[in-house]
Design a protein around this ligand. Structure first.
Ligand code: GLP
Length: 244
């Protein structure tokens, strides 16, 4: 779906999320959301915060799982996804702290593998993700599933691509400060979500979105694995869709 402005599109995505939260509340079930960081979802979070403040949208029945975190990464570091999520969403709504799950970038190397398995199992214990919000990286990654990621991959540690680290360099004041690794939910984890919305804004995403939507499905562009998911929408602005 193509919109003229990312703001208008983000508001509609936020309204879909709000409707889901309400529906789950009526059913007295937790609403399990997979959330993304980066610049793409910021306006969705802004609208959710506005609806919380002005329209009494409550997050008391919401459980969240974030896609990824740099590794190693301290929670208090301003570049951490932990910090990002609290600044843009969690600090401004009534979500219960125990319902917020973000991969922990401080687990030891020895514990890392088991930690990732436990993260995956926790998502499964809630019956999977009701909704997964995604951005896309210029390598074709979703979460931090870089080229080479397996279609059935689960939560794990991964080595970041050079392009991904270069794109993150400005916020780390130089590429040398960007962590070389990350913890990410897998392609399989994401594809198990009942509903997926991928946001793509701006001309810098046009080329990778063409490959993702029109290209052949391949582990070289992991986002192409969304082509086979039966309830995924790519929400794009005019610039991001310009190569389609
Ligand atoms: C990072 C995140 C992704 C995100 C991507 C794009 O690599 N791990 O989840 O989709 O950046 O970021 P942006 O939305 O800022 O373009």
């Amino acid at each position: 779906v193509i919109f003229e402005s990312s703001k208008e599109a983000s508001i509609l995505v936020a309204h879909e999320l709000a409707n889901l939260i309400h529906r789950k509340e009526e059913l007295n079930e937790p609403c399990v959301l997979g959330l993304a960081t980066g610049s793409s979802p910021i306006k969705v979070y802004e609208e959710l915060v506005r609806m919380h403040k002005e329209e009494n949208l409550s997050f008391k029945n919401v459980v969240t799982f974030n896609l990824d975190e740099y590794y190693p990464m301290d929670k208090n570091n301003i570049q951490s996804y932990h910090h990002f999520m609290h600044e843009h969403l969690f600090n401004h709504v009534d979500i219960l702290p125990e319902n917020v799950n973000i991969p922990n970038g401080t687990v030891s190397a020895e514990e890392l593998q088991q930690y990732c398995i436990d993260y995956e199992m926790k998502i499964i214990s809630y019956g999977g993700l009701d909704f997964q919000l995604l951005g896309i990286g210029r390598t074709g990654h979703i979460g931090f599933n870089e080229p080479g990621s397996h279609i059935n991959s689960g939560t794990r540690s991964i080595t970041l691509d050079h392009l991904t680290r270069a794109d993150a360099a400005p916020s780390f004041l130089g590429i040398d400060n960007v962590p070389r690794k990350a913890i990410t939910m897998g392609i399989g984890t994401v594809r198990n979500a009942k509903r997926i919305v991928l946001l793509g804004w701006g001309i810098s995403k046009a080329e990778i979105l063409k490959k993702t939507i029109e290209g052949e499905m391949s582990s070289q562009v992991p986002a192409t694995y969304l082509q086979e998911h039966n309830n995924t929408t790519f929400v794009l602005d005019t610039e991001a869709s310009s190569e389609l």
